[in-house]
Design a binder for this molecule. Structure first.
Ligand code: OSB
Ligand code: MG
Length: 368
């Protein structure tokens, strides 16, 4: 294929409920949609998942657009590409900026899947018909409100829940949840809000039969995570710390985690995500697919990735209606009894809802 036109659209989606982590609150999601068209007219879609502010990783919506416009799009336009695995090689002269790279690589994977007449899941080597999913719940105004929400999610069928913790909002909150829901498959995510000075609090969490503790320590510190893991019974799951296959290899070698969260955008695309999946499988590290409050395109990519065999733990890919009044795809992503059916149609398996997209669009730019 040869990409002849790439369109970047900036859209803003109001969220049904604000999402609060240890670093702040998001009540609307701004994102970029990437539409790529090759010389035969096949259209592929990607989603840039970076937030407006750099609290989760250093990338933002604006840095993503800058990288796309000034570096990544000029590298790709009018270049002959046979397989999406070549994209990361073409981008290898650009350091990091994983979410920017991933957004456009995702569109190329979509085109490749359509042209080889297979679902994106199949193109990646996945063969699950349905995937098991959980839900991630932000910090709430009170523990009672949080417990009510969790009960609602369990009733809807979600297979596990994740709650956000931060210093001062941890052991007592989890104790209260466990008192009411002793058997709930439960995990916590700190978004790197702790340090080794908090060993005592983190060790107290061992008493609550948690599935895992996600990213307790600094983003760039797999050494301290290894020290912490030796002192905890509960597996550590790394999220922010893993931005590449090499990060994953080193974390496994050091013993920094027992589980890995793979996010396509954080690691620079589907090709790298699959390599990390394969590495974890060889090393008996179970993985699951994390979320970035994605709109429908990013969600569809997550579903395809999760169809790979070592995604053995429920991910954060909840249904469209958990986040949005209206998603940008039809059908929307539906969760039934905690499962999402993996679409079998060629490509991402969902159709873009251009009426909704047009309504949400702030600006559009075409590159030829
Ligand atoms: O740390 O996994 C995270 C949302 C935004 C940024 C980081 C994270 C999250 C979530 C929610 O936990 C994931 C989702 O529902 O998409
Ligand atoms: Mg996380």
């Amino acid at each position: 294929m040869k990409l002849e036109q790439i369109t970047v659209r900036h859209i803003k989606m109001p969220m049904k409920a604000p999402f609060t982590t240890s670093f702040g609150t998001i009540d609307e999601k701004e994102l970029l949609l990437i539409e790529a068209i090759d010389q035969s007219g096949t259209k592929g879609w990607g989603e840039a998942v970076a937030f407006v502010a750099p609290w989760y990783t250093e990338e933002t919506l604006k840095t993503t657009w800058h990288m796309l416009e000034d570096f990544l799009i000029p590298i790709l336009l009018h270049k002959e590409v046979e397989h999406p695995d070549e994209i990361s090689v073409l981008f290898s002269s650009i350091r990091r900026n994983c979410m920017a790279k991933s957004s456009i690589e995702g569109a190329v994977w979509d085109i490749y899947a359509q042209q080889t007449k297979q679902s994106l899941a199949k193109a990646l080597g996945g063969n699950k018909e349905k995937i098991e999913v959980g839900v991630s719940v932000g910090i709430q105004s009170s523990t009672e409100a949080l417990i009510d929400l969790l009960k609602g999610h369990v009733k809807k069928g979600y297979k596990r829940v994740k709650v956000k913790i931060k210093p001062g909002h941890d052991v007592e909150v989890i104790r209260a949840i466990r008192a009411e829901m002793p058997d709930l498959p439960l995990m916590v995510d700190a978004n790197s809000a702790y340090s080794l000075n908090d060993m005592d609090v983190l060790q107290q969490l061992d008493a609550f039969n948690l599935l895992m503790i996600e990213q307790p320590l600094a983003v760039d510190d797999i050494v301290d995570h290894a020290k912490l893991q030796r002192k905890l019974k509960t597996p550590i799951c790394l999220d922010e710390s893993i931005t590449s296959f090499e990060d994953a290899r080193k974390a496994i070698e050091l013993g920094s985690c027992g589980v890995m969260n793979i996010k396509i955008g954080r690691v620079g695309g589907l090709t790298e995500a699959r390599r990390i999946h394969d590495l974890c499988k060889e090393n008996n590290i179970p993985v699951w697919c994390g979320g970035m409050l994605e709109a429908g395109i990013g969600r569809a990519h997550n579903i395809a990735l999760t169809s790979l065999s070592n995604f053995v733990l429920p991910g954060d890919t909840a249904g469209s209606s958990h986040y949005w009044y209206e998603d940008i795809i039809t059908p929307e992503v539906i969760v039934e009894d905690g499962y999402i059916h993996v679409p079998q149609k060629a490509g991402i398996g969902y159709t873009l809802n251009m009426k909704v997209i047009d309504k949400l669009t702030i600006s559009t730019k075409v590159y030829q």
